[in-house]
Design a protein around this ligand. Structure first.
Ligand code: ADE
Ligand code: ZN
Length: 353
């Protein structure tokens, strides 16, 4: 697939950890601003450390990286830097995770984190025309009691937080460990998502569906090991937020040519393409689309399907989804007639704030 087609495609991101968009340059700037010591001498040294053999290897560095985030303005700058990047990549809607416990356990107030991120999301919508939803994730290596405490802290921010999720070290921490907290979150009106089947077995995906009642599964790669589970995901149209470069960097797949995305689409699964932790895994949305598309030989039709899946899987209302489906349809029509569609159909930023 030509790069120009991917670059111009109006894209929707559904799996992005805002802390995972912390580029080494900003990490150094914030460390200096907040007088925090970091165990690296240069940006190059940081990038060299980004070599992971599994999820835990990455998480150790990811939690260390977020130590530089202290003040509301830091969270604003982090989020605005992400939005500036993806505005240039024609991302039109994004649903962003944050890990409050990674901050509150260091003494940063919940409100500092939420206010900084949401102020940037509001400014980003005015500046770039990118709409967004915020998803609060519980750290699964911590207790359910800790998650319940965090949910209580989120209740006054229901107007800012749309959904709750589950992330961090998967193996040994199944969704069923969090049955009570997700039941409460659902009762409070939050949508539910969970990382499942990234490293963990298909049973964890079953639990995500039947024990915590997810609206989407984050990753879900290992679902393919269980035919019954695949049938269930297809029947209930449960979206999977797949992250190709993350899968490669964390050795969930050995080779991009062996990535299961095409197989998922062929099976009728509602697979989508996302970046996960772009500062750590080598790329944002366009890089993920290009890497998986080159390796698997995806067609324009495949990428249209993936983008349609993302729009339908988003937490936008019907009107919002229809507007994006129309934008995608217009782009596909242009792409059929125009040899270089990306320039003509580039997403036009809104008025500068
Ligand atoms: N936190 C940030 N990125 C993650 C991932 N890929 N899996 C689980 N937890 C995460
Ligand atoms: Zn993730």
């Amino acid at each position: 697939m030509e790069d120009a087609f991917i670059e111009g495609l109006p894209k929707v991101e559904l799996h992005l950890h805002i802390e995972g968009s912390l580029e080494p340059e900003l990490m150094f700037a914030l460390a200096q601003r907040n007088k925090i010591k970091i165990p690296f001498k240069s940006v190059e040294e940081v990038r060299k450390a980004y070599n992971f053999s599994n999820l835990q290897d990455f998480l150790d560095i990811y939690y260390q990286g977020m130590n530089v985030l202290q003040k509301e303005q830091d969270y604003y700058d982090l989020t605005m830097a992400y939005l500036e990047r993806v505005a240039r990549q024609n991302v039109v809607h994004t649903e962003i995770f944050f890990d409050p416990q990674g901050h509150t356990e260091r003494g940063v107030k919940f409100e500092t984190v939420v206010n900084g991120i949401t102020r940037a999301l509001e400014d980003g919508e005015k500046k770039f025309g990118i709409s967004s939803k915020l998803i609060m994730s519980f750290l699964r290596h911590l207790s359910e009691a800790d998650a319940l405490k965090t949910l209580d802290e989120a209740l006054p921010y229901k107007d800012k937080i749309f959904a709750v999720g589950l992330d961090s070290s998967e193996k040994g921490h199944p969704p069923s460990k969090f049955t009570k907290v997700f039941a409460k979150a659902k009762k409070e009106g939050f949508k539910i998502v969970a990382h499942a089947g990234e490293e963990g077995p298909p049973e964890y995906v079953w639990e995500a569906l039947d024990t915590i009642n997810v609206n989407r599964v984050d990753h879900g790669n290992r679902s393919l090991e269980d035919d019954k589970l695949v049938k269930r995901l297809v029947k209930d149209e449960i979206p999977l937020t797949v992250c190709p470069l993350s899968n490669l960097k964390l050795c969930v797949v050995k080779d991009m040519k062996k990535h299961p995305l095409k197989k998922m689409l062929d099976l009728g699964l509602k697979a989508t393409i996302n970046s996960d932790d772009p500062a750590y895994f080598g790329g944002y949305m366009n890089e993920n689309f290009k890497a998986v598309s080159d390796a698997l030989g995806l067609s324009k039709k495949d990428l249209e399907t993936v983008t349609k899946n993302s729009i339908e899987a988003s937490f936008l209302d019907r009107k919002g989804k229809d507007a994006l489906l129309k934008k995608l349809d217009d782009y596909m029509k242009k792409a059929a007639n125009d040899p270089a569609p990306s320039q003509a159909a580039k997403h036009k930023p809104g008025k500068k704030a």
